[in-house]
Design a protein around this ligand. Structure first.
Ligand code: FAD
Length: 318
């Protein structure tokens, strides 16, 4: 028996969310008195052995050309093979886009209970109970997993990365690679300096910015803060910004350490995707804007005056 953690990589680099999943999986294994192992699919340029410092003793790697493009069905099939070979009883994913695509498939395949959106370590004193977010982050539910194999998809930014000493043994896993049913004809990469789902700081704009030509002030602020850009849904619907920046109930759900909302009213559907942010700063010219109720800090003012001043002040501080 072991805990198996899926190590997610993009363009050869391990995602920060995977380091959180590794730290979480290693601690879970410790609670259960077992060992933690990792699984990585495809080639990775980062040093895999160094991931041992997050608590994994062994990493199973499957290298095959077909794995260079993400295919949830193929990935699920291979992970199931590794689960069988390692007799893993707890499997941990990050609840990011890849984890959301694989974990439910693996759950159905292995008939394993799944908690997606976990926010805390499992309670193992009396059964196996995992706390998760429900109702778009408005409440918590404690889910008891009673199946032999248990799957947890950990919300990004919900568990601190814990680095210790140690290196992992990296072993090649000889998997039976199924043929992909998907043919990739083109790949459109998201623009932006920092990927939105990985970002610690997010600068987000709404209809209050009036038009796409005004995004330069947000880009400048995002640049000095090394932040990702996001937007409200009407902004993406109007093609002011690409859809991959749309956050909210029908967009991407994020949980950065700092979310700066500029010219966004704070509709409930928008808040649903950002209210897990650790600190929310709202800049809006309307003191009655609903977003102020969810904000930790607020600036009542015109974005076109406030944002350039903020950018200049941060530049000076740095
Ligand atoms: C089923 C459903 C799903 C939805 N899903 C989403 C979702 O996922 N994400 C999402 O964002 N929305 C979603 N919406 C839409 C949502 O209800 C709101 O309509 C939307 O979030 C409003 O976007 P906004 O705040 O950018 O624009 P507005 O509501 O028009 O607000 C603009 C804000 O900018 C302020 N402002 C104006 N000028 C300035 C200035 N110069 N300086 C500073 N502030 C200024 C105004 O005071 C106002 O508060 C959904 C709606 C439905 C019905």
């Amino acid at each position: 028996m072991s805990a198996l953690i899926f190590i997610d990589a993009a363009e050869g680099h391990i995602k920060k969310a995977s380091l959180e999943a590794l730290s979480y999986g290693a601690k879970t294994a410790e609670l259960l008195g077992t060992k933690a192992e990792g699984i990585v699919l495809g080639t990775v340029s980062d040093d895999l052995a160094s991931l041992g410092k997050y608590g994994v003793k062994k990493i199973h790697q499957v290298i095959n050309d077909t794995l260079e493009h993400f295919d949830a069905q193929v990935y699920t099939n291979i992970i199931a093979q590794v689960v069988e070979a390692t007799q893993a009883k707890v499997i941990v994913f990050s609840n990011n886009l890849d984890g959301k695509a694989i974990a439910p498939r693996l759950s159905a395949r292995l008939r394993a209970g799944l908690v997606s959106g976990a926010v805390a370590l499992p309670e193992t004193n009396n059964g196996f109970v995992v706390k998760k977010n429900v109702f778009s982050g408005k409440a918590f539910a404690n889910i008891s997993l009673t199946t032999d194999i248990k799957i947890i998809a950990l919300n990004p930014n919900a568990y601190k990365v814990e680095a210790r000493e140690g290196t992992a043994e990296v072993v090649s896993f000889n998997a039976n690679i199924p043929a992909s049913k998907i043919k990739i004809t083109s790949v459109n990469k998201a623009s932006g300096e920092v990927p939105l789902t990985e970002a610690e700081i997010v600068v987000s704009g709404g209809r209050g910015l009036k038009g796409p030509e005004n995004w330069k002030i947000l880009e400048d602020l995002a640049h000095v803060l090394h932040a990702a850009l996001a937007c409200s849904r009407p902004v993406a619907d109007a093609h002011w910004r690409p859809h991959n920046e749309h956050v909210g109930q029908t967009g991407i759900a994020i949980a950065p350490n700092l979310y700066i909302a500029i010219g966004i009213s704070g509709a409930i559907q928008h808040l649903a995707g950002v209210n897990r942010s650790k600190v929310i700063v709202v800049i809006n010219k309307d003191p009655e804007a609903p977003f102020f109720k969810a904000a930790d800090y607020g600036i009542v003012g015109d974005a076109f005056e406030v944002v350039p001043k903020l950018t200049e002040a941060i530049k000076k501080m740095r």
